[in-house]
Design a protein around this ligand. Structure first.
Ligand SMILES: [Zn+2]
Length: 283
C-alpha cells in the first residue's frame, strides 16, 4: 500500500541510514524520521562515503517527500554542567554536519532540561548553545514541543517562542509539533473548538508557519499529565477522531506526519497506525 506522502514513522538505522530509506520505501512511506548515529552515545564513527552516496542517490529518485533527523537522547543544550554542555554542543554540531552530508533538511531536537536551575536561565542557556553552532545552509533545526516532564523546557508555547525570537540565525529554525507532548502539556485538541483554540494560541505565540513537521502520536496519559508516553493512534487519551483535525488542517497539508509509537522489527504497528490516519483524510 502507498500511503499519503506525508505519512511515515521513525525508522531504525541499525543497518545503516540507506537501509532505513529502503525500509521506509518498502513500507509505502514517503516520509520518515531517523537518527544520524547511535542515539545513546556521544560519539560515533564518521559516516562512510559509500553510504552517503547511496543515500543521496535514493533521495534523488523522487520517491521521498521529506526525511527528518532526530537528535540523539544525551544532548542537553540547557545544561549548566560544563562537561555535559560541551559534549552536547559537540554532538549537535556533528549530527547537523551529518544531516548536511546526507541532505536531510530537518533536524528535530528537544530544547533541553534546566535540571532545577530555573526556566528563564535554562532557556537563555539553550539560546547561547544554539548560537554556538554552525548550521549548514541545507539544514534547518526544528525545536520540538515537549510534555514538560521534570525540568524539561518547551512545554509552553511561550518557551518555544522565546528561543525562536532570541537566536541569531532565525531563518534556520522552525518547530516540530508533537501531538502527544502538547496534549500532555495541557493543550486540549479533542474537539473542533479546542483544536482550533490551541491552533490559534500557537499561531499567536509562535506562528503556525514555523511548524515544519508533526510527530503524530496518541497519549498513554490524560490531558495535562506532563507524561511523555506515546500510544498507538486512537488507543490513547487523544482518541482517533482528533487526528482528522490535524490531517485536514490546511496549514498542515504539506508537512510530514511521523509516528513515534512502539513498533516491532516488521513495523506492522506503523502500517496499522498509518491506515487509520489515511482513513481520516477528507477529500
Ligand atoms: Zn516527538
Amino acid at each position: 500500500m502507498e500511503f499519503d506522502i506525508r505519512f511515515g514513522s521513525h525508522i531504525s538505522i541499525k543497518n545503516g541510514l540507506t537501509s532505513a530509506l529502503i525500509t521506509a520505501k518498502n513500507l509505502g512511506f514517503h516520509s520518515l524520521q531517523l537518527f544520524t548515529k547511535n542515539a545513546t552515545r556521544w560519539l560515533s564513527k564518521a559516516p562512510e562515503e559509500k553510504d552517503i552516496l547511496e543515500f543521496n542517490k535514493l533521495l534523488k529518485d523522487n520517491f521521498y517527500f521529506k526525511v527528518v533527523a532526530h537528535a540523539s537522547y544525551l544532548i542537553n543544550l540547557a545544561s549548566f554542567n560544563e562537561d555535559i554542555l560541551k559534549k552536547s554542543t559537540d554532538s549537535i554540531q556533528d549530527e547537523i554536519n551529518r544531516c548536511s552530508k546526507f541532505n536531510i533538511p530537518f533536524y528535530v531536537i528537544h530544547p533541553g532540561s534546566h535540571m532545577g536551575v530555573g526556566e528563564k536561565q535554562g532557556l537563555d542557556q539553550v539560546v547561547r548553545s544554539f548560537n554556538k553552532i554552525d548550521i549548514p545552509q541545507n539544514v534547518k533545526i526544528l525545536i520540538e514541543t515537549t510534555s514538560g516532564q521534570g525540568s524539561n523546557l518547551g512545554s509552553k508555547f511561550e518557551e518555544i517562542a522565546y528561543v525562536l525570537s532570541n537566536i541569531d540565525k532565525k531563518n534556520q529554525f522552525g518547530v516540530c509539533y508533537d501531538t502527544c507532548h502538547t496534549f500532555s502539556a495541557g493543550y486540549d485538541i479533542r474537539d473542533e473548538k479546542s483544536f482550533s483554540n490551541t491552533m490559534n494560541t500557537f499561531d499567536k505565540i509562535v506562528g503556525l508557519k514555523n511548524i515544519e513537521v508533526i510527530h503524530v502520536n496518541d497519549s498513554k496519559f490524560p490531558l495535562g499529565s506532563k507524561k511523555d508516553r506515546h500510544e498507538h493512534i486512537g488507543k490513547g487519551f487523544i482518541g482517533l477522531d482528533t487526528f482528522k483535525f490535524f490531517i485536514n488542517f490546511p496549514p498542515f497539508k504539506n508537512i510530514p506526519f511521523l509516528l513515534e509509537t512502539e513498533k516491532s522489527d516488521d513495523y506492522h504497528e506503523d502500517i496499522e497506525n498509518c491506515k487509520k490516519l489515511q482513513a481520516l483524510i477528507e477529500s
